[in-house]
Structures are given as C-alpha cells and as structure tokens.
Write a protein that binds this ligand. Structure first.
Ligand SMILES: C[S@@+](CC[C@H](N)C(=O)[O-])C[C@H]1O[C@@H](n2cnc3c(N)ncnc32)[C@H](O)[C@@H]1O
Length: 258
C-alpha cells in the first residue's frame, strides 16, 4: 500500500507543533499543504514532514499558512447591533467587570471592535476582554494594532478619530483601547478554556474544522459561558442541534446556555 504522505505530515505537525490536523477538513488542508510544499521546493508532503522535524522554526510559518485569517473591523455590522442590545439585558456582575472572549481573534479586528463597543457601553475597565488564536503571527499583528485603511472601512469617522492614530499611511490603535484587551496564544482543540464568560465570539473559526471537532469545541464553549452568557457564531455558520451541545438559540447566530 502506498504511504499516505498527508498522514506522515499530520504526525509531524502533531509532534512538532502540537496542532492536530485530524480535526480539520482534510481536503482543504491538503490542498493548502501541497501548494505550500511546492512553493518551498519539497517534492511531496513527506519531504515537508522531514524538513519540519529538522527545522522546527518552519512550524510557525506553516501554522500561519494553514489557517485563514481574513477579518475586518465590525464584520457583519448587524451582528454588533444585536450584540449591543443583548448586552444591555445582561444581569449586572457584582463587583466584577464583564468577561468577554474573542476566540480565534486573528489579527485582532474583532476584539478591538468589541472593545470599542464595551468602552462606550461600560466605560474604561468595565470589561475584561481576552483575545486568543492558535497562530502566533496573527497574534503579533493584533498586539501591534496597526491596520490598513481597507481593514477599517466599517469603522465610522468618529471612532476612527477617537481610537486610532495615523501612522505612515496606516492607523494604529491608541493605548486606551489596547489596554482593554489581553492577547494570548490558545488552541481551541487542545488547551483548557477560560470559564465564566459573559460574551464569547466564535466567528468564522470553525469553517475548516471537521463536524466532530466543531461539536467538541462548541460544547466546550457552552461550558465556558456564565449562566446568562452569550455565544456568537459567524453570519454564515449554523449550529444544527444546539441542545445536544448544551446551547439554545436566542437570535440568529446568538446562543445561550441551555
Ligand atoms: C477567518 S479568522 C476569523 C477571525 C475573526 N473571528 C473574524 O470573524 O473576523 C479564523 C481564525 O481562527 C484561527 N484558528 C484556527 N484554528 C484554531 C484553533 N484550533 N484554535 C484557535 N484559533 C484557531 C485562525 O488562526 C484564524 O486566525
């Protein structure tokens, strides 16, 4: 039987990077990996697996290449309108800031959008926002907070003035907004989850997860919610049997603990 070089590479990625490609849809991952291998001059995925074993530094680049990072500020503006409304109805926390988590935050656009909304609704220090991703390169960009104009097209001029400073033709997030967020490396398929979250944004992350991995992550996220917490998924994502995962739907793309 011929050797399945995809499985060879899957093993090397798991061993060197701790990332389990078995939880991602093979077709999409394999296409990306073969394109990457060709680009880098490896004859097949086995060659790439050997190179990864010899130069673990290749790993960071590979994770970045495998994961999709497309994001923008105030992606799906309707969503932020609903969020503002639902947030106003959350019961007050006694002496504790609201806890929010952007899970799979990519370059940080989602977390900063959420931070603007929370600053305006709850004031400075009214919320603690955690933003996590498995891709360190994206996290580094998120922390740097420097964005091109096209990434900011849905930020209105008033917010642009208030929260950003122009820098070499781009825009840098001001410190008072950045201070609202903690960025951290986190693999949703492996690492322990934070608990007692009032708001979790899990948008456009599960697109390449297998159905089993998606269900597993969604039931973990359900357990991470505070009793009245809200979980949000992307505008093109559906949860078919939410109750089986410990969730109930409260609006399109918004879920609460069942
Ligand atoms: C398309 S971006 C979505 C960004 C943002 N949530 C949005 O909707 O604009 C998907 C992100 O999920 C991250 N991701 C993929 N697998 C992950 C995993 N196992 N754990 C954490 N993040 C993951 C990717 O690195 C990528 O940055």
């Amino acid at each position: 039987m011929p050797i399945d070089d995809y499985l060879t590479l899957q093993g090397a990625v798991r061993q060197v990077l701790g990332l389990d490609l078995g939880h991602y849809k093979r077709e999409q991952m394999e296409r990306r990996l073969r394109a990457y291998a060709t680009q880098r001059g490896y004859s097949d995925l086995g060659g790439l697996a050997r190179a990864l074993g010899q130069q673990p530094a290749l790993g960071g680049e590979l994770v970045s290449y495998l994961t999709i990072h497309v994001s923008e500020f105030f992606r799906d503006p309707n969503f932020f309108g609903h969020l503002k409304e639902l947030m106003a109805a959350l019961p007050p926390r006694s002496g504790k800031p609201l806890q929010a988590w952007s899970a799979g935050c990519s370059i940080g656009a989602e977390a900063y959008s959420l931070a603007m909304l929370l600053l305006e609704e709850r004031g400075a220090g009214g919320a603690q926002i955690l933003a996590t991703d498995v891709d360190q390169k994206s996290l580094d960009r998120a922390k740097a907070g420097l964005y091109r104009e096209d990434e900011l097209k849905k930020v209105d001029p008033e917010r642009l003035r208030r929260y950003f400073a122009a820098e070499d033709g781009q825009f840098r997030v001001r410190d008072d907004l950045r201070r609202e967020i903690t960025f951290r490396h986190h693999d949703l398929l492996r690492d322990p989850y934070p608990v007692d979250q009032d708001i979790i944004l899990f948008r456009n992350v599960a697109i390449y997860f297998t159905e089993d991995a998606k269900s597993h992550v969604l039931s973990n996220l359900a357990r991470s919610l505070a009793p009245h917490g809200l979980l949000m998924v992307g505008a093109t994502e559906a949860i078919l049997r939410p109750l089986e995962l410990g969730l109930r739907q409260v609006r399109p793309f918004f879920f609460a603990r069942a």
